[in-house]
Design a protein around this ligand. Structure first.
Ligand code: C2O
Ligand code: CU
Length: 445
């Protein structure tokens, strides 16, 4: 029953809050994008945000530039960007640009790629994003807590030629443990949840970058799971259309839109036609939990139906025959998980970052890694600095991802071309599991 407690709590809130006040729970991201430019500024600071419906308590959180989620950053593909991060918090921080294949020194991982940005200090991150798509940025320091407190935001790399849509809407999902007055409970490092499914909110919602559309509009939806531990099963109602990208990477052909399952940090891009009011629901055993909705205002009569086309394919190296085959076994945790060592979680009986990397790769080398989940919980495994191919049971290359979800008792092979030199984290993106020991690193030289 332990890992269901999050859902049970949500049901209590659902009756009182969500079903009664779901419309007012929808609101705008306060800052809609910077126009693409060469320099951006982020200020990490305390913010107050209305997470619960209007009229209920506002939540003291952390965020960027006065907002939570942080402002949507829009970058140009193949153009260098400089992002100043000023730390106005009373603790250190660092920012990771999740999913961007960037230079190692700009990856935002304290102790591995940079020093902490201390309170009052500023660090300039500078990189060239090579792939158009939907990404996000988040704190990578005590991230199980700083991200849960709100230190994250959408990061969009614009398409050279945008798809033919009427609106481009970001849908950022998260959840929080709130008390009755809307304040965050200090439960981020609760050992019981670390050993189970991780810190889970008792309240969940999505933030939309726009709140109105018209019937007949064709819209792009960029879903981002920014929750620290919750897998969101998402159903989008009131639309018909297709999935066109996962984790920022265009699919070679649009895929029929069914229910989506997004692990923490995963993204999905949809192109859909609006048929009626659009709802975003988390599908739970107790029924649908409304995360957000788009209000339909009038109808678009100028657009005529055409088929949904795929986005421009990303330019990644083609895998060779794997030169190495490694196995990464997820171990530990509650409910029968076993491993040696004092930490709660491990990979291959080893917890946290050791002096030796899990893998060493020659630059450009292709490797196969078998991810084995020998625990009682699902894990979303994230590799920094690269995308990799999931493989199907018969070994054929599947989707390109930066985070792959492996359910309890299952395993999956991934194929990666390690072409980005440096020291890269490989960890569970259930951030409670990462702090509980489920993290390692690889070296590419
Ligand atoms: Cu989204 Cu190690 O990070
Ligand atoms: Cu995990």
């Amino acid at each position: 029953s332990d890992n269901l407690s999050g859902y049970a709590n949500i049901r209590l809130h659902m009756n009182r809050r969500t079903f009664l006040a779901s419309v007012s729970a929808v609101s705008l991201l306060p800052v809609r994008g910077f126009a693409a430019q060469n320099a951006l500024h982020l200020k990490a600071q305390q913010v107050t945000r209305q997470i619960l419906p209007q009229g209920e308590g506002a939540t003291a959180m952390l965020g960027f530039n006065g907002s939570m989620p942080g402002p949507e950053l829009r970058l140009r593909r193949d153009a260098r960007i400089a992002i100043d991060v000023h730390n106005a918090l009373d603790e250190g921080t660092a920012v990771h640009w999740h999913g961007i294949r960037l230079e190692n020194m700009m990856d935002g991982v304290p102790m591995l790629t940079q020093e902490l940005i201390e309170p009052g200090d500023t660090m300039t991150y500078s990189f060239v994003p090579p792939d158009a798509g939907t990404y996000w940025y988040h704190s990578h320091y005590i991230s199980y807590e700083q991200v849960a407190r709100g230190m994250m935001g959408p990061l969009i790399v614009e398409d050279d030629v945008p798809p033919d849509v009427d609106h481009d809407i970001t849908v950022l999902l998260s959840d929080w443990q709130l008390d009755e007055t809307g304040q965050l409970l200090d439960a981020f490092a609760d050992m019981h949840s670390v050993a189970h499914g991780g810190y889970m909110g008792n309240f969940a919602r999505a933030f939309l970058s726009q709140e109105r559309v018209s019937t007949g509009d064709r819209i792009r939806l960029r879903l981002i799971n920014a929750a620290t531990n919750r897998i969101f099963p998402v159903a989008v109602s009131g639309v018909s259309g297709a999935v066109v990208a996962l984790d920022g990477m265009a699919l070679s052909a649009p895929r029929a839109l069914g229910d989506l399952e997004l692990a923490p940090a995963q993204r999905a891009d949809l192109i859909v036609d609006v048929k009626g009011p659009v709802g975003f629901d988390m599908v739970t055993r107790q029924g649908a939990y409304r995360l957000a909705e788009l209000i339909v205002d009038g109808s678009n009569t100028t657009r005529h139906a055409t088929s949904i086309k795929s986005l421009a394919p990303p330019d990644l190296p083609t895998p060779d025959k794997p030169a190495q085959h490694l196995t990464l076994t997820m171990m530990g945790g509650a409910m029968g998980g076993r491993h040696q060592g004092d930490n709660i979680w491990s990979f291959n009986n080893t917890s946290d970052l050791q002096a030796d990397p899990f893998g060493s790769f020659r630059r450009g080398e292709t490797a196969r890694i078998t991810l084995v989940n020998d625990t009682a919980f699902p894990h979303g495994i994230h590799l920094h600095g690269h995308h990799f191919y999931e493989t199907d049971k018969d070994g054929t290359l599947g989707d390109l991802r930066d985070t792959t979800l492996v359910h309890a008792g299952e395993s999956r092979d991934i194929i990666c071309v390690f072409d980005n030199p440096g020291r890269w984290l490989l960890h569970c993106h259930m951030l409670s599991h990462a702090v509980g020991g489920m993290r390692t690193w690889v070296n590419v030289a």
